[in-house]
Design a protein around this ligand. Structure first.
Ligand code: MN
Length: 314
């Protein structure tokens, strides 16, 4: 997915974790990515990151005929991993490494941008005519953000059958099960299929957040609304979720990210100069490579105006 509503000014993001448990709602805002309507839950005003997670878009559920609801032309990324996760339908990924991978529900597409990669994401033809999913970004720490780009498709992720539901470990570790996907920070991402009352162990050093993708569910007795990110803070050993009918909840978390980051368009960096250089090199066809076989032109970077510092004097 591409961030098409990039402001002209880079967005300064840093962990605001206060070192305690919390229960703070952050409603997602509506936006569009090409023809696709999305709800953007991260970054939110007052909550830019949850552990290393720095971006969360929810799209669908929707049904369609001949149209192509997802059609994100080739665009670049630096300094992050993209996490593509579906509840319904399918998405075709292509990138500048030559990767081509279809994902379906329960499968993970994980793209590690490192110093630079380009990709496209689109509804394939033919398709099921349905689409529902989330797209997230994970900020890479300084030690790995300039590393080699990579892409991995994981069709078989560890699943916990728990009393009250199923937990699928997308990234990191939960309940003794570890996702095979490559990670670079303390991180967890779990898809919860809640069908009763389920108790999930948490790492108390991590900050966590919940996002309801489908159905009605309560967390610690509190009803959760769909399309709202609930920040849970740190210092929790477990989490109890209840649903009277099947519900799907995304749990994200990780070590509070220690490095202030700059986000602009599809880039996660540290300095304005890094962002300006990545933008320039995308526009001049350097660094990122080309996405073969995508039928159409690539995206142009929006204008970059102004300057932001990750460490303001104030
Ligand atoms: Mn993208």
């Amino acid at each position: 997915m591409s961030n098409l509503i990039a402001p002209a000014h880079p967005d300064r993001c840093a962990s605001e974790s206060g070192g305690h448990a919390a229960f703070e709602p952050f409603p997602a805002r509506k936006a569009t990515v090409g023809p696709l309507e999305i709800r953007r839950a991260l970054p939110a005003r007052g909550r830019r990151m949850v552990g290393p997670w720095c971006f969360l878009d929810r799209y669908g559920p929707l049904t369609f005929g001949d149209d192509k609801p997802m059609d994100v032309a080739p665009h670049p990324h630096i300094g992050l991993q993209t996490v593509s996760w579906l509840l319904d339908g399918e998405v075709l990924h292509r990138d500048s490494l030559g990767s081509e991978a279809m994902i379906r529900p329960g499968e993970l597409n994980l793209m590690t941008a490192g110093r630079g990669i380009a990709h496209s994401e689109e509804t394939p033809r033919p398709s099921s005519g349905r689409l529902s999913g989330v797209q997230l970004w994970v900020a890479l720490p300084d030690a790995s953000r300039n590393g080699d780009p990579a892409f991995a498709h994981h069709a078989d992720l560890p699943r916990h059958e728990l009393p009250g539901g199923t937990a699928t470990v997308i990234l990191g570790e939960s309940g003794g099960l570890r996702s095979p996907a490559a990670v670079h920070s303390g991180i967890v991402g779990v898809d919860l299929d809640v069908r009763g009352t389920m108790t999930l162990p948490l790492d108390r050093s991590y900050e966590h957040a919940l996002f309801v993708m489908d159905g009605r569910v309560t967390a610690e007795g509190q009803p959760l609304d769909p399309d709202v990110l609930y920040f849970l803070g740190t210092h929790r050993d477990e989490l109890q979720l209840s649903a009277g009918a099947p519900a799907r909840v995304l749990l994200i978390g990780g070590t509070p990210f220690p490095e202030p980051i700059l986000m602009w368009w599809n880039f996660v960096a540290r300095t304005h100069e890094e962002i300006a250089a990545a933008r320039e090199e995308w526009m001049t066809h350097e660094r990122f490579g080309e996405v073969a076989r995508y039928a159409g032109p690539r995206l142009s970077a929006p204008p970059l105006i102004g300057k932001a510092s990750p460490n303001p004097a104030s």
